[in-house]
Design a protein around this ligand. Structure first.
Ligand code: ADP
Ligand code: MG
Length: 199
């Protein structure tokens, strides 16, 4: 695009032991109107250097055309739920602002997954990187290729807890109490803040 949006490259957060969720400045048009739409994306990894895969995903998303990183949650560690007997996942939610259309963003997410070694073998099985689109501003869809909001997001503590941290950046999203939904799911699902010094 035409340089109207500041890239987040310099501001890419490092997630150290004392993690903080981060917010990035977004430039707007002359009339103050948003130039594009907000999106929440969830990142997950449970193979290899999991934190490095999340970092690579954040960087690749921020580098997409007409796309800027708005905020990133802290990173959480979660025991595998849908298919046990695999390593724990690291999960994070990022908020983007993008002029891409939803399906184009999905294809970019799938390309980023492929470029980071993801092989689709088992559904819900181990993966170096999983990128799901949770919510897309002013968009709803029941298309199986891209269902919006993501059909399983409201049941998953590992999505809701990090999402609550960046929910203040929501625009044109369903009216839901993400923090309360997150609290409800953590009664039965454990999510733990990840300490990057653990490796
Ligand atoms: P999962 O994320 O459910 O563990 P996959 O990442 O393998 O599984 O995705 C399975 C399919 O889900 C993909 O082929 C994709 O087209 C579809 N899909 C439907 N809605 C979404 C969404 N909101 N975000 C990402 N993928 C989605
Ligand atoms: Mg996925």
């Amino acid at each position: 695009m035409n340089g109207r949006r500041r890239k987040a490259a310099e501001g890419e957060p490092s997630c150290g032991a004392a993690q903080q969720h981060r917010t990035y400045a977004i430039e707007r048009g002359a009339a103050g109107a948003p130039l594009s739409r907000r999106v929440f994306v969830s990142l997950g990894a449970n193979l290899g250097d999991r934190a490095a895969y999340l970092a690579a995903a954040r960087e690749a998303l921020a580098a997409l055309p007409a796309t800027a990183l708005v905020a990133v949650s802290r990173i959480y560690e979660t025991a595998p739920q849908d298919l046990p007997d695999q390593d724990a996942f690291l999960n994070q939610v990022v908020c983007l602002e993008t002029a891409l259309q939803p399906l184009d963003l999905l294809r970019e997410c799938q390309r980023i997954e492929r470029e980071h070694g993801r092989v689709r073998e088992l559904r819900f099985g181990p993966r170096t990187l999983d990128i799901d689109i949770l919510l897309f501003q002013d968009a709803e869809s029941d298309d199986p290729e891209l269902t919006l909001p993501h059909p399983r997001m409201v049941k998953r503590a590992f999505v809701l807890v990090p999402l609550a941290e960046v929910w203040e950046h929501a625009q044109g999203m369903p009216d839901m109490d993400v923090a309360e939904l997150g609290r409800a799911t953590t009664r039965t699902q454990q999510v733990r803040l990840y300490d990057a010094t653990e490796g």
